[in-house]
Ligand binder design. Structure first.
Ligand code: UDP
Ligand code: MG
Length: 306
């Protein structure tokens, strides 16, 4: 019997863990009993009773594996920890809050059995998100999609990946991972299934507006060098503006008119200082990323796992 690992990153999910496990196992019994289930819960340094609850589940059910981080390392780290611990022939990564419907795992498993290696969960609707949130998400995925050349709009971390993809992802040594895009990037035979984003079953989203912006920038910078090329283009633009103003000044001089010195000087100085500073900023961000990778610290630290 083929084994499917279900990887569940959990951060302060005491209100949802048991609801989730109940929903997962009862659905499994009725619809996926021809596959073995392994549930892998990763406690991402929760401050509530999440760890106690998943430990209790692991004590009670042989099919439950768990790991717990020494502190909060973030969802990316939690997903990779799950990939490391899981022993299935494939793995499904799913949120603990039941926003990702467990029923979709069946659709994914069917596609997997047809021979696909990556089955992406694509949001058919984005649920009840704030307008500003979906506008921002659309912008972010628009940029990312055009930069990396795959359509990532409506994509999510909810996906099934075959064992060979898991093994490949685990060879990646970068610390700054972007799971959602790496499965596209790795290039295996992939397809998608649609699902409807549900309301959070309980608890609250761990994302604030600011952390979403940070996430977007982090991933755009982690995945592409385009901003560095944009700097070069910006430099050329500033040179062109300088040339234009220079020629204009010479012409004005030979016409016998006086050249307006102060305004053009102010414009030039602010323009070029702005260009230099923002360029320096972009280079610094890449430098900090290189710094981070060179330190070669682990992506996460387990406090315990079974
Ligand atoms: N999560 C995590 N570490 C974090 C933040 C979130 O493991 O630092 C988990 C969280 O427990 C949930 C999933 O990632 O299972 C998605 O988080 P959330 O529901 O807060 O995000 P949203 O659905 O609002 O995008
Ligand atoms: Mg959620």
């Amino acid at each position: 019997m083929k084994k499917i690992s279900v990887i569940v990153p959990c951060y302060n999910e005491e209100e949802t863990i048991n609801l989730f496990f109940e929903a997962l196992t009862s659905f499994w019994k009725d619809n996926l009993s021809d596959h073995e289930l392994e549930a892998v819960f990763i406690d991402d340094g929760s401050k509530d009773n999440t760890l106690l609850l998943i430990r209790a589940l692991a004590d009670k059910h042989d099919s439950v594996r768990y790991g717990s981080f020494s502190r909060n390392f973030g969802k990316e780290a939690a997903m990779f920890a799950g990939l490391e611990l899981c022993t299935g022939d494939c793995a499904v990564v799913i949120d603990a809050d039941l926003q990702h419907p467990v029923e979709t795992i069946k659709d994914m498993a069917d596609k997997w059995n047809e021979g696909f290696d990556v089955i992406e969960g694509i949001k058919s609707t984005r649920g009840k998100e704030a307008k500003s949130h979906s506008l921002f998400a659309n912008m972010f995925y628009g940029i990312i999609s055009s930069l990396i050349g795959f359509d990532m709009r409506n994509s999510s971390d909810f996906k099934l990946i075959d064992r060979k993809v898991i093994d490949v992802l685990l060879t990646f040594t970068e610390k700054d991972t972007f799971f959602r895009a790496l499965t596209f990037w790795s290039g295996f035979k992939s397809t998608s299934v649609e699902y409807e984003v549900k309301e959070r079953s309980a608890g609250s989203s761990k994302w604030s507006g600011f952390s979403l912006v940070k996430y977007a920038f982090r991933n755009i910078l982690a995945f592409t060098y385009t901003p560095l090329y944009l700097i070069a283009i910006l430099g050329v633009l500033v040179i062109l503006i300088g040339l234009y103003m220079g020629v204009d000044a010479v012409i004005t001089y030979f016409k016998g008119e006086s050249v307006g010195g102060y305004p053009s000087l102010v414009i030039l100085i602010t323009l070029s200082t702005g260009a230099i500073l923002s360029s320096l900023g972009i280079v610094s961000i890449y430098l900090s990323k290189v710094f981070n990778e060179v330190k070669n610290r682990p992506r996460f630290i387990f406090r315990e796992h079974n």
